[in-house]
Design a protein around this ligand. Structure first.
Ligand SMILES: Cc1cc2nc3c(=O)[nH]c(=O)nc-3n(C[C@H](O)[C@H](O)[C@H](O)COP(=O)(O)O)c2cc1C
Length: 370
């Protein structure tokens, strides 16, 4: 029987010791020098040497080594999409996959744990503020179309009339529903609870919105932060990004630079981590983002705007310009809003009335397609 080191293990170091992490089993093993020397011999299939017999058995039991032809071996041969998604994605998935014996705390136990925690470490502020020049936003508009009509008409739009501005009232309405506060109240001994239009895991609402304004009536183009607690915009330092910069930030997708305003979403990690100190929380943050984006889509559609979402972006330059540190706040994706191009608006009307269905193609490609 030949054996080799599992491809699913990850090696790291902790407290001066080499550690082997077997994420599928949620197990970590500190490796003695004899074990790591032994493992270097079994990075390819090999018959166990006589002198290794006892240690090989221990490492097989631990799942650090696997046997040729075993169920674990077959699994590693048939990894499906995980093969191209690579070690990092596979490791994260397995390490945060709950096992059959997972213990879930009750809401009562969890609340008492958090009350104790709050005494040592106060809950992170649910609102971020820059304290820069702040601009009050107008009262949000009424959304009149019926929900079923809005749901039916919601599409991803990539072709805009880039001469037509989004109005300040439309921007205010989109911000109100996408990131605005519906209710806030104190939970004694705990902290402040916030409720918004979109659901959020543990009501942590980690998502912040940074409007990147290109063409909004009555608002200077530039970078802003949405102060959700005040329904106001805070102007951020830095020039309004030009077309080339926007394309560079957002994955070279031409339609992004034709929208009137982009909502850059970030996550304030501590808000979620304070309540949920487990890696699985990273998944919930992206589920939160999906809910926020759908609310943005529906609001924009009800306002007669075209909306898109993309997660294709170059994190590094965005982090630099917005002063984001990946240890505390990470960029997640963007929604863009703009006035649909008249030809696009006509196509959407036709499609809604039973005409030919199709995707919205960006301006440049559309022109290329004639
Ligand atoms: C997570 C996610 C990422 C997306 N990324 C992109 C993108 O990078 N570029 C793009 O043109 N559309 C992107 N979209 C929009 C999808 O292409 C669009 O939703 C899909 O084609 C279906 O069209 P519909 O939204 O009109 O139903 C994304 C949508 C989601 C939910």
């Amino acid at each position: 029987m030949r054996v080799r080191v599992t491809r699913l293990a990850v090696f790291t170091s902790r407290n001066g010791q080499l550690v082997c992490d077997v994420p599928a089993r949620h197990r970590q093993f500190g490796l003695r020098p004899a074990a790591w020397l032994l493992l270097t011999h079994y990075t390819r299939w090999a018959e166990p040497r006589d002198e290794d017999a006892a240690l090989v058995k221990q490492l097989l039991d631990a799942g650090v080594l696997i046997a040729e032809g075993s169920a674990e071996h077959r699994q590693e041969e048939e990894m499906g999409p995980w093969r191209s998604w690579g070690t990092a994605a596979t490791y994260f998935h397995l390490a945060t996959r709950t096992l059959d014996g997972e213990h879930f705390v009750t809401a009562v136990d969890d609340t008492s744990r958090l009350r104790q925690k709050a005494e040592q470490e106060p809950e992170p502020d649910p609102f971020k503020r820059y304290g820069t020049h702040s601009l009050a936003l107008p009262t949000p508009m009424e959304l009149t179309p019926a929900l079923d009509r809005t749901l039916r008409e919601r599409r991803t739009i990539r072709r805009f009339d880039d001469t037509a501005p989004v109005t300040l009232e439309q921007l205010s309405t989109a911000l109100h529903w996408t990131g605005g506060v519906q209710h806030r109240f104190d939970i004694p001994g705990f902290g402040e609870a916030v409720l918004k239009a979109s659901p959020s895991g543990g009501s942590r609402h980690p998502v912040e919105i940074y409007p990147v304004v290109r063409n909004v009536g009555g608002l200077a183009p530039g970078l802003y932060h949405y102060a959700a607690d005040a329904h106001a915009l805070e102007a951020l330092p830095g020039a309004a990004p030009d077309t080339e910069t926007l394309l560079h930030w957002f994955g070279d997708q031409t339609f992004v630079a034709r929208a009137g305003v982009l909502f850059l979403y970030t996550a304030m990690l501590e808000r979620s981590a304070w309540k949920y100190p487990t890696g699985r929380t990273y998944r919930a943050i992206y589920a939160d983002l999906g809910h926020v984006s759908q609310t943005a889509y529906l609001t924009g559609t009800a306002l007669g705007l075209g909306v898109f979402f993309t997660a294709a972006m170059r994190d590094e330059p965005i982090e630099e310009v917005f002063g984001l540190d990946w240890r505390t706040e990470i960029p997640l994706g963007i929604n863009g809003f703009g006035v649909p191009h008249p030809q696009e608006a006509a196509r959407l009307r036709e499609m809604a009335a039973g005409g030919p269905p199709g995707f919205s193609y960006p301006h440049d490609e559309w022109d290329g397609l004639g």
